[in-house]
Ligand binder design. Structure first.
Ligand code: GLN
Length: 198
């Protein structure tokens, strides 16, 4: 499986390391031909408005939207979650997302006082072990569609959600060296989705 990490801005290298640790081929992507050659996509943490604007500058905004809409498995962390959301609350004026996940997301939802924090949270992958979650000016999910499953929450705000082909977390597993979320994406989201279309 070849997984592309959208390499316009943000913590691209960290995602590539986590994906390689999960045994898949991981490459940075920013050009049309690179995006066409991948089986699955990761959108990193960073700044969602910058990533969306740069995708237009690079002429790949529509292609990304289409690939995600047509069921290419995708994982977004933090800014990546915002970019997958059907609706962005507290968005910058004119801010666009790629869509693909039927959720409403509030940007910078945890507020200034808790700008960044870490927490050990339960993640619904069947393991009893808590997962260390790093939040940096993180969004939370305020509304989920019928097809969306909540995998983790903080104070009843969803911070990890999935649909059949998309996974999103408010936090940054790529920064902790714990590859559980990436493994979950590969084994429980991307692989089943890709096998179905074969
Ligand atoms: N607040 C940022 C945004 O709106 C996301 C922060 C992050 O990815 N750490 O894009």
């Amino acid at each position: 499986m070849k997984v592309g990490v959208l390499a316009l801005q943000g913590d691209v290298r960290e995602h590539i390391s986590s994906l390689i640790a999960c045994g898949v081929d991981a490459v940075p992507v920013r050009r049309e031909s690179e995006i066409q050659s991948i089986d699955a996509l990761v959108i990193p943490g960073g700044e969602s408005t910058t990533i969306a604007q740069l995708s237009e500058v690079f002429g790949i905004y529509d292609l990304l939207r289409e690939r995600i809409a047509s069921g290419t498995p995708v994982y977004g962390s933090c800014a990546g979650m915002i970019l997958l959301a059907a609706e962005i609350l507290d968005a910058k004026v004119g801010q666009k997302s790629f869509g693909g996940l039927d959720i409403s997301v509030r940007r910078n939802a945890f507020g200034r006082q808790v700008d960044s924090f870490e927490s050990d949270i339960e993640f619904a992958d069947g393991s009893q072990e808590l997962i260390r979650a790093v939040f940096i000016r993180a969004p939370w999910v305020e509304k989920v569609g019928n097809e969306v499953q909540v995998l983790a929450s903080i104070n009843s705000h969803p911070v990890a959600v999935r649909s059949h082909t998309a996974l999103a977390t408010s936090f940054h597993p790529e920064l902790t060296g714990d590859h559980r979320i990436h493994r979950y994406f590969i084994e429980h989201v991307a692989r089943p989705a890709l096998e179905k279309v074969k």
